[in-house]
Each structure stands twice: as structure tokens, then as C-alpha cells.
Design a protein around this ligand. Structure first.
Ligand SMILES: Nc1ncnc2c1ncn2[C@@H]1O[C@H](COP(=O)(O)OP(=O)(O)OP(=O)(O)O)[C@@H](O)[C@H]1O
Ligand SMILES: [Mg+2]
Length: 316
């Protein structure tokens, strides 16, 4: 079972590099961090902020909050954060709109580098149709020439793509980091498993860190799956297996060529099968895992101790 922060060395290095660029140039850099739910976007950003050693603001939007509620919460977070050079400059009165809130932010920025995190960004855009435009204007006119590293987080792929698409206000202003699941090496480290067991665990958990938190140290994938399925009170058993199969497919198709012992490629349930899944299928999936036993015996033959790596994907 893992309690501390796991892996993400490449992603943290990538964020460090951007902060170094901001520090050296004195100009702003924006990065969109997106990925499926529960993959670890918020935790990565928080870990980076904790390690960065510069003032930061971490604002998480609340789904369904009106623009006034959202900006009020934003200013309260700003006032409590280490960012303002003078807290007295943050007005106690709520601002009516995002353009006003961004003006306040720009007015209190210090001359030294800061990190600004806006988490769950799609929920802001969903509630306020001028949000995207307000962010672009504030960035272009007030923040991009200041030493600001702006991290925009969100799990709704469509919305996050929309934010930086060609016909959207923020187009061309941000890099894009698609955060994938933890890789087998990271899963192995977190659960103290050897290479082959680590890949089994990665396939079952889908590399989702939230699942690993419930996974006892050193327990192989099959045993964990059986324990979960045998526990009728385990609320996550359906979700666990569904997420695992879907994320494992993603993992396999993207980077890792995994073959069953028979050399036939692994098959996963259709992507949209979640609504149709029945409890009896849990057992079928576990039995499937059991019958394959080591899904990575090919890797074992090539050398189970060779390091396992995955690079984060980043594009402008
Ligand atoms: N690298 C990590 N090491 C340890 N625990 C992690 C790591 N990444 C995420 N977690 C844990 O996994 C859970 C999900 O992570 P997080 O909330 O960051 O996901 P998210 O992508 O922001 O999800 P959502 O889209 O639902 O907001 C949290 O409990 C978090 O503490
Ligand atoms: Mg989050």
C-alpha cells in the first residue's frame, strides 16, 4: 500500500524545466495538464508546488458554482496564498466577474516567479461563457510578461482540447501535457513488486494511483483482484475492473507490447461496455487473468529486471 507520492519523475522534471524558463526569462509560460479522471493531475500539481520553493496559488473550481461564487472563492484562495506581495491589495469585497478577478491577481503579483494553478478548469468555462476569453485577455495583457507559470488542469478531454483549439481564445498560448497512468516501473516501486508482477498489477489497476492506495504491499495482481471481488462491501469492485481494463488497453496500445503466453494479443472489453457490465463479469475477468497467469511472460524471457520506462507526451 502506498502512502507517499509515487513516481512522476519525468513530469516533475518537465514542470521544473518550465519554471526554470520562467525564472530565466522573467516571462510567463502556460501549460495545460489534462488526462482521465483520477489519473493524478491535481496531486502532481500539488506535489510540484510543494517542491518548487516559490509562492503559489492553487485554486480548484467547484462544479455548479456561479461566476460570483467562483471568483469570491478564487480571491479568498489568493488572499490566503503566498502569492500576493501585499495581502491588503486583495479586496475583501467579491468581484463581479473573471476579468476583474484576473486584474486583482495581476495587481498583486510579485516580481519574482510564482506558480498559479487553476484546477477543474472546464467547470469554470461551463458556468461562465466569457471565462475562456477573460483568461486569454488577462494572460495576453497582464500576465504573460510577468514571471508566472500558469498550470491549467482539467479532466474533460473535450473541454481541455477546446480551450486550446485553433478557434478558441487560448489557442497557441499553452503547451499541452497529457498525463497518462503510472507506468509499470512506478507501480512496481509503489507496491514493492518485481517486474512481471508489476506489469500484472499495472494492467489490473490501470496505473491509477487511487487504486494503488488500497493495494497492500507485495500482493500480486490476481490475489488483489480475488480479495476485492470476494468483499461484497468493497464499493469499487466494478469500477476497479472496468477502469483497469480500459486503462490497460490504453497502456498497451500506446507503449507496451504485451502478449499472452500463447502470443495472441490481449483482448479487453469494448471501450463503451461500462453500462452493460454485469456483476458476473467480475468473476469472468478474474478467471481470465488467472488463466493467463503471467500476461507478460514474453517480457520475463527478455529479462524481467530490465528497467521499464515511459515518457510523458507533450506537444505544443
Ligand atoms: N503520484 C501519486 N502518488 C501517490 N498518490 C497519488 C499520485 N497521484 C495521485 N494520487 C492519489 O490518487 C488519487 C487521485 O489523484 P488526483 O485527485 O490527483 O486525480 P485527478 O486526475 O486530479 O482526478 P480528478 O480528475 O477526479 O480531479 C488521490 O487520492 C491522490 O492523492
Ligand atoms: Mg483533480
Amino acid at each position: 500500500m502506498t502512502t507517499g507520492f509515487v513516481g512522476r519523475k519525468l513530469e516533475l522534471a518537465l514542470l521544473d524545466k518550465r519554471l526554470a524558463r520562467v525564472t530565466a526569462s522573467g516571462a510567463g509560460t502556460a501549460l495545460v495538464v489534462r488526462g482521465r479522471r483520477q489519473v493524478g493531475k491535481s496531486r502532481l500539481a500539488q506535489e510540484f508546488c510543494d517542491r518548487a520553493g516559490v509562492p503559489y496559488l492553487f485554486y480548484t473550481a467547484t462544479k455548479g458554482a456561479s461566476p460570483v461564487e467562483a471568483t469570491t472563492e478564487f480571491l479568498a484562495e489568493l488572499s490566503n496564498s503566498s502569492v500576493p506581495r501585499d495581502r491588503g491589495l486583495v479586496p475583501a469585497e467579491p468581484t463581479a466577474s473573471w476579468p476583474d478577478a484576473f486584474r486583482v491577481l495581476a495587481a498583486v503579483l510579485p516580481d519574482s516567479p510564482v506558480v498559479i494553478v487553476l484546477d477543474e478548469l472546464p467547470w469554470l468555462a461551463e458556468q461562465d461563457e466569457i471565462f475562456d476569453g477573460a483568461l486569454q485577455t488577462a494572460w495576453d495583457r497582464l500576465m504573460s510578461r510577468r514571471p508566472v507559470l500558469l498550470l491549467l488542469l482539467g479532466s474533460d478531454l473535450h473541454m481541455m482540447e477546446r480551450l486550446t483549439a485553433y478557434d478558441r481564445p487560448f489557442f497557441g498560448r499553452a503547451d499541452n501535457l497529457l498525463l497518462g497512468p503510472l507506468n509499470p516501473a512506478e507501480v512496481g516501486d509503489a507496491l514493492s513488486l518485481q517486474a512481471a508482477d508489476a506489469i500484472d498489477a499495472c494492467l489490473l489497476s490501470g496505473g491509477l494511483p487511487g487504486i494503488l492506495r488500497a493495494w497492500p504491499d507485495g500482493v500480486p495482481a490476481l490475489e488483489f483482484a480475488e480479495r476485492e471481488c470476494a468483499d461484497p462491501a468493497s464499493p469499487d469492485q466494478v469500477e476497479l475492473l472496468l477502469q483497469a481494463t480500459s486503462a490497460a488497453r490504453e497502456l498497451c496500445t500506446r507503449r507496451h507490447r504485451c502478449a499472452a503466453p500463447s502470443s495472441r494479443p490481449l483482448r479487453f472489453p469494448p471501450r463503451n461496455s461500462s453500462a452493460a457490465i454485469k456483476p458476473s463479469r467480475h468473476r469472468a475477468i478474474v478467471i481470465g487473468i488467472r488463466s493467463r497467469k503471467r500476461v507478460v511472460c514474453g517480457c520475463r524471457r527478455r529479462g524481467a529486471n530490465s528497467p521499464l520506462r515511459r515518457r510523458p507526451s507533450i506537444a505544443r
